[in-house]
Design a protein around this ligand. Structure first.
Ligand SMILES: *Cc1c(COP(=O)(O)O)cnc(C)c1O
Length: 361
């Protein structure tokens, strides 16, 4: 069986270093907000080319805490893509605001900047572009609309650690960015984790307080905060894996190139990469109107695929909106994510290509 993502093989490459990281934390006797988190925050801020990084509990919390820090709340609206993982929407709902969906550009699957202005109202406070599947959204276009209307921009970079937009890393393109270190992400911990990056010192201080019970000085609470910290152990593991993130992303790029080349003559719709984008291929997503049959037959040949995502947020019972978002709905019926593990054997890449060619004729 060719797994969709062979996460054991990803982590096994660093078994010795991960054990050493565990020993280091055990020996320190310090497990929350200590040296490892501080070091990781510095290293990840440097990696993302920003001033500040704050480790938090997970990606959803990263999104939520930024909106909270900006004072987004009940009665406010936040613009989100219609096709994203539901966490992007949930963060907006968590502060009591309303997610307002904008459809993606069907060529790139990222939020269509040309449709954003029509969704802006006097209540709009922020825009959350998502760098979906590891490909950066068109941030210059988003930022200029935001500037014109006085809106904040929060990048949802949960799928795009290391991706570049016009040569610049994601994480420093908006006013703030949210990352997830869920085990299956490009930079994955051995459990939950997340981070916020920004160049705004006031936001950085506010996040440090909000993640820690609203406190900057122990037992003095300036606001009603939360408990949402990246823990020392996960930070120590992430430091091991951050050191090889670029190498892993390069391997993802090689695999994606092989897929793009090998599948160019079959009937599948392939991902398109704008000239200004350097994606990190969190997922390699193809489209077909016969998606379900294709998936079934690949499984029969021993190849596991997944759907990102089978139902858009607005149609989920959690939201149950009656309004239709046809592009997101069509994507949810047609998308298929092919197996992609950094350093997967070339033989497996070729098997997937041959199977898709055979079925997709
Ligand atoms: C994974 C993901 C999140 C949520 O991150 P968690 O750490 O799982 O909470 C948010 N947005 C997108 C686009 C994601 O892929």
């Amino acid at each position: 069986m060719i797994p969709f993502l062979d996460i054991k093989s990803v982590n096994n490459r660093f078994r010795k270093e991960l054990h050493a990281a565990l020993d280091r934390v055990l020996d320190s006797g310090w497990f929350v907000l200590g040296k490892e988190v501080e070091a990781f925050e510095k290293e990840f801020a440097g990696y993302c080319q920003v001033q500040y990084c704050m480790g938090v509990g997970n990606g959803l919390e990263a999104l939520h805490l930024v909106l909270q820090a900006w004072g987004v709340g009940p009665g406010d609206e936040v613009i989100v893509p219609s096709n994203t993982f539901i966490a992007t929407w949930l963060a907006v709902s968590q502060v009591g605001a309303t997610p307002v969906a904008v459809e993606p550009d069907p060529a790139t699957y990222n939020i269509d900047p040309l449709q954003i202005e029509a969704a802006i109202t006097p209540r709009t406070k922020a825009i959350i572009p998502v760098h979906l599947y590891g490909q950066p959204a068109d941030m210059d276009a988003v930022m200029s609309i935001a500037k014109k209307h006085g809106l904040k921009v929060l990048e949802d970079a949960a799928q795009a650690h290391g991706a570049r937009y016009r040569g610049k890393r994601v994480g420093g393109l908006g006013h703030a960015a949210a990352f997830s270190f869920y085990p299956g992400k490009n930079l994955g911990a051995l459990g939950d984790g997340g981070a916020i990056t920004t160049d705004d010192v006031q936001l950085a201080d506010k996040i440090k307080s909000l993640r820690n019970y609203g406190s900057a000085v122990k037992y003095q609470h300036d606001e009603k905060g939360f408990n949402s910290r990246l823990d020392e152990l996960q930070a120590a593991f992430l430091r091991v894996k951050l050191a090889v993130l670029d190498e892993d992303n390069a391997s993802r790029r090689t695999i994606a190139s092989a897929y793009l080349k090998g599948l160019k003559d079959c009937s599948l719709i392939l991902p398109q990469v704008p000239s200004w984008a350097e994606p990190v291929w969190h997922l390699f997503v193809v489209r077909s109107p016969k998606r379900d049959q294709l998936r079934e037959r690949l499984l029969g040949l021993g190849m596991e695929t997944l759907l990102h995502y089978p139902m858009p947020p607005h149609a989920q019972p959690a939201y149950g909106l009656s309004k239709s978002y046809p592009v997101a709905e069509e994507l949810s019926r047609e998308v298929l994510s092919l197996p992609l593990t950094p350093h997967m054997p070339e033989e497996n890449i070729n098997k997937v290509i041959s199977a898709c060619q055979m079925i997709g004729k």
